[in-house]
Design a protein around this ligand. Sequence first.
Ligand SMILES: C[S@@+](CC[C@H](N)C(=O)[O-])C[C@H]1O[C@@H](n2cnc3c(N)ncnc32)[C@H](O)[C@@H]1O
Length: 252
Amino acid sequence: MKNNQTRKIYDDNASSWERHQPNSLSDFTGRPKIFELCGDVSGLNILDIGCGEGYCSRTLMTQGAEHIEGIDISPMMIKIAGDREEKDKLGINYQTGDVQDLPYSDSTFDLVIGVFVYNYLHIKETMKSMKEVYRVLKNGGRFIFAVPHPAFPQIKKEKKSPFFFDFGNSGYFTSRDTRYHGKIFCRDGKELPVQMVHKLLSDYIKCLQESGFNSLPEMHELGVCKEHLVLDELFFKPVYDIPLHLAIAINK
Ligand SMILES: C[S@@+](CC[C@H](N)C(=O)[O-])C[C@H]1O[C@@H](n2cnc3c(N)ncnc32)[C@H](O)[C@@H]1O
């Protein structure tokens, strides 16, 4: 049921998500750090979980990855990704599926990325998915994911561009594992509906540990920086100096 809800949101808005260049707020404030954390991807076999219309897969493929598999719950997002792949022929394989049940063999991938997908999953579901990620990663492989910063909705309560959740007066601890709706805006004026199942910072760490990851995670708190203001002050200024996203990287 919950997955059907997520699928519908993305099926209904798939065409607005398609991009040919950075456009949404997090294309500037979140994804560049993920690509930086991926480092040199030459020769790597990569899995992109919750790949959407393929923005991150395409970026990593053009940076030299050997092969990429993308999986997403929304058939419409996968259709857009697949149509682009048919034209671009980058060598990415997309399929519809749930990140809680990955259709790949054990120890297949050098790198798994999950960019703003865990905000759609409850704690138990996140745990299940991370166990799957651990299983399909090779020993020494790396897992990198991004989520909205758990403190963000406590700090930015007004429902205004370029990013918000309808968190109201919910408390940080008492709203744990509750789903909220929100919006993220694009520089071309598009508004994209997003959701966040609020989790505590410690929930993400616990999920990783209980999934088998036992090294220390590398964590980055991301937001708007001065370069963004120089680029487009009107767009970025309302969320300047606020923690927007969290990027986490960990090795198997
Ligand atoms: C915010 S979009 C991000 C898409 C892509 N990672 C990117 O960075 O452009 C979140 C994506 O997660 C997908 N998603 C949500 N829950 C999922 C699940 N349980 N299994 C697979 N995909 C899921 C949605 O369909 C959507 O395409």
